[in-house]
Design a protein around this ligand. Structure first.
Ligand SMILES: [Zn+2]
Length: 322
């Protein structure tokens, strides 16, 4: 099912790829970001449910199948039965993958995501179809589901921060689970289960190649090359726009486009005058420390957002001015 045929907005929920040179397209905004779907490199492969692209890949002792190793097979039997009873068919690729341990061993996750198939489908809060969970983040930050529409033989993959499961008691959610559902936050992330897993595998391998200082595989190199031509993601913050003292994003670059032509305007937050107290590293640090020591008063208190966090805002300050 293509993005525009699904009832969901689209997006890719994944980790930053700044480490492999995609600072603008995949900026670091926390463990995960919801990145623009239209910027993703197209996957130029036809998927036939055989996972032949994965079959000969290296296996890993730590992989997405470890956590639920003993219960996956049982869940799939239950799930198949409950789908049959409501006249819904699981995609062949889904059964093929979930029932082949060798394939699980080939996929590892840099954020410890694990296969976690639910025992049955649940009604999707959006669209006329069902959600079937298959993947969970280790910190329950996000979950990935098949979406199967009721009347057509098709599917796609969606992501949600919410936990959907036929056995889940919303009145007694397990620790750390978000309750109450905002149906509008479910996002379409892949037109098929196999394509989702391909991108998931590829991006995780890119992260591991960085952590382990190993060679990127050929598909990974091609992926970075394609991605690097995409426009900057909406989550990307151009560090030229940030106050060098406190990190507040300014309406225009405080030191000009060239980083050497200060505007001499005043930061709403820390009150620094661009080009004056922040003229060199020593003086901007002195200014920042004084400001911190006096309890971080806002120069224009009306501009202070609710729930403002200095720590988060400070992340905008380029490394060389910290
Ligand atoms: Zn400032």
């Amino acid at each position: 099912m293509k993005a525009d045929e699904s009832p969901f907005p689209s997006g890719w929920y994944g980790t930053s790829l700044e480490c492999v040179g995609l600072k603008e397209q995949r900026p670091n905004v926390g463990t995960y970001g919801l990145y623009e779907f239209s910027n993703l490199p197209l996957i130029d492969k036809s998927f036939d449910g055989s996972f032949n692209w994965l079959d000969s890949e290296v296996t890993h002792s730590r992989n997405i199948g470890n956590e639920m190793r003993t219960s996956i097979q049982k869940s799939i039997i239950e799930l198949t039965k409950s789908c049959e009873s409501i006249g819904t068919e699981l995609p062949r690729s889904f059964i093929q993958f979930l029932t082949t341990l060798h394939l699980h061993n080939c996929i590892r996750s840099a954020t410890d995501c694990f296969l976690d198939p639910s025992n049955g489908p649940v009604q999707s809060p959006i669209g006329d179809g069902f959600l079937i969970r298959f993947l969970a983040d280790s910190q329950a930050c996000g979950f990935w589901y098949l979406y199967i529409p009721k009347k057509i033989n098709d599917h796609c993959v969606v992501m949600s921060h919410y936990f959907f499961d036929p056995d889940y008691d919303r009145d007694n959610p397990p620790d750390g689970f978000v309750d109450g559902v905002d149906p509008n936050e479910i996002v379409f992330c892949a037109p098929s289960f196999e394509e989702f897993l391909y991108r998931f595998w590829l991006e995780n391998e890119l992260s591991f190649s960085y952590f382990n200082e190993t060679q990127q595989n050929l598909s990974g190199k091609k992926y970075i090359e394609q991605y690097s031509t995409a426009p900057a993601d909406k989550l990307y913050i151009d560090s030229k726009m940030a106050c060098r003292v406190c990190g507040k994003i300014q309406p225009e670059p405080p030191w000009g486009e060239d980083g050497a032509s200060p505007t001499y305007s005043i930061c709403d937050c820390c009150g620094v005058e661009f080009g004056y107290e922040d003229a060199n590293l020593e003086s901007l640090r002195r200014y920042r420390n004084n400001w911190l020591a006096t309890g971080m008063p806002w120069f224009r208190p009306k501009e202070k957002p609710n729930g403002w966090s200095y720590e988060l805002q400070f992340m905008n300050v380029p490394q060389e001015f910290r």
